[in-house]
Design a protein around this ligand. Structure first.
Ligand SMILES: Cc1cc2nc3c(=O)[nH]c(=O)nc-3n(C[C@H](O)[C@H](O)[C@H](O)COP(=O)(O)OP(=O)(O)OC[C@H]3O[C@@H](n4cnc5c(N)ncnc54)[C@H](O)[C@@H]3O)c2cc1C
Length: 402
């Protein structure tokens, strides 16, 4: 039996390795880029956060997030780590539960998968872009501009639209729509949010811990604590990725409220700053030693205090205003950055049209899909790759069953 797999990213490679466990199966893995796992090698800032020890079902989203649970249960975090160990990957977990290769190189993950694919019953075709796919009487016909592959079963593992420069595209959605499948609205997720506040550009590159809350017309949309990063256009970093899902979509005023000292009470901060009135320092150093220097200066200026004024001359209300800015700073949000900057696509092919126990299409027998192309996306911290491994393995094992 020949199993065709379109896409040699995370889920496609997991599917190929699973299907090829059956020695009677011949796998043809088709990848349009020159090498496998291109996006994978850029994940986790080049470190690849391949899963999370604390993966919880609530960390997945989609019109029917429950769809993901069978695959995630059947191939859970422990099974995934054992599988990677078998492939020769040594991993390490951070306190947060995020798992990385011990080498700290995403390429190590790609390499062990690539080595695993070197099996006699796996044929890897790189530079093969599936442009046309058709159901035949006894299987499927996959065409690139140069070659045609015939297979008995077909797995679409083309990924989503996010990370366009790394290979994200509409391809998988189009191929599956050609078989009659529907697609929900696609939105960028795990993405930085744009702001019109000029302070962002001055703080470009600054990283800080904070409690961040996104509010829509005054009501809390989402909140979390973690690392924030300022960029030229707005707010980024792990904490924003965690809370940005569906932010700035739809009407209303969207703002991000930031507490730059979540572990310190406002009163304690006020006493500390009042103490600084006995020094010869200038206002530009009012928050020095507490916050990142640039952040401290921008916050002091934002409440209208000139950096050249001696702290000793500041009024009590001015000190209180600085404390309020540190504990409750509001930044207006405009829109998310585009798909090219997003880590994952929210939305995708409607999961109700697939069997969650096999990943097989309910519309076209013998057709399977896995990974980001389906309407499932996960939280920041290894959830999306875990979905790719689990759904890919389930599709590969099911397709490879005689
Ligand atoms: C910058 C960045 C960092 C990320 N970091 C993390 C992280 O640390 N942890 C985490 O869990 N998730 C992370 N993600 C998300 C994660 O990488 C994806 O969710 C995951 O790779 C999806 O796997 P996939 O197999 O569905 O798709 P992909 O890994 O995108 O693979 C799809 C493959 O299909 C190929 N393809 C598409 N169309 C065709 C076609 N017509 N013919 C042939 N081949 C085709 C593509 O070239 C690609 O190689 C990150 C994403 C980005 C963009």
């Amino acid at each position: 039996m020949v199993i065709g797999i379109i896409g040699a990213g995370a889920s496609g490679m997991a599917a190929a390795l699973a299907a090829a466990e059956n020695p009677q199966v011949q796998v043809v893995l088709m990848e349009r880029q020159a090498r496998v796992g291109r996006k994978l090698s850029a994940t986790g800032n080049g470190r690849c956060n391949l899963t999370n020890l604390h993966c919880v079902s609530g960390g997945y989203h989609g019109d029917d997030a429950q769809f993901a649970l069978s695959a995630l249960d059947a191939f859970d975090v422990d099974a995934t780590l054992a599988w990677f160990r078998g492939l020769g990957l040594y991993t390490v977990a951070e306190e947060s539960g995020r798992v990385y290769p011990y080498s700290d190189q995403a390429n190590s993950v790609v390499d062990v998968l690539r080595f695993g694919l070197e099996k006699t019953n796996i044929r890897l075709l790189t530079g093969f872009e599936a442009v046309k796919v058709k159901k035949t009487n006894d299987g499927f016909r996959v065409e690139s501009t140069e070659e045609t592959i015939l297979c008995d079963r077909l797995i679409v593992a083309c990924g989503g639209l996010a990370g366009t420069k790394l290979g994200g595209s509409m391809s998988g959605y189009k191929l599956l729509r050609g078989f009659g499948h529907k697609c929900t609205k696609l939105r960028p997720a795990l993405v930085q949010l744009k702001s019109g506040w000029s302070g962002c550009a001055s703080l470009k590159g600054v990283r800080t811990n904070c409690r961040a809350s996104i509010l829509r017309s005054g009501a809390v949309h989402s909140e979390s604590t973690g690392e924030l990063q300022f960029t030229e256009y707005g707010l980024s970093g792990p904490v924003m990725f965690e809370i940005s899902r569906d932010a700035c979509q739809g009407s209303g005023e969207w703002i991000c409220r930031l507490d730059f000292l979540p572990d310190m009470e406002e009163n304690t901060l006020r006493s500390e700053l009042m103490r600084r009135r006995q020094t010869h320092l200038k206002a530009e150093d009012l928050l020095t030693g507490i916050l990142h220097n640039r952040l401290g200066r921008v916050l002091t200026q934002a409440v209208g205090i000139s950096g050249y004024v001696p702290i000793a001359q500041l009024e009590e209300q001015e000190i209180a205003a600085v404390c309020a800015a540190v504990k409750n700073f509001e930044v207006a949000l405009t829109e998310p950055m585009g798909m090219d900057s997003a880590q994952v696509t929210a939305g995708g092919i409607v999961t109700a049209e697939f069997d969650p126990e096999t990943m097989q299409s309910r519309l076209v027998p013998g057709l399977f899909a896995c990974g980001e192309v389906l309407d499932i996306d996960g939280d920041c911290g290894g959830y999306n790759l875990q979905w790719a491994w689990s759904s890919g393995r389930m599709a590969g094992l099911s397709a490879g069953r005689m």
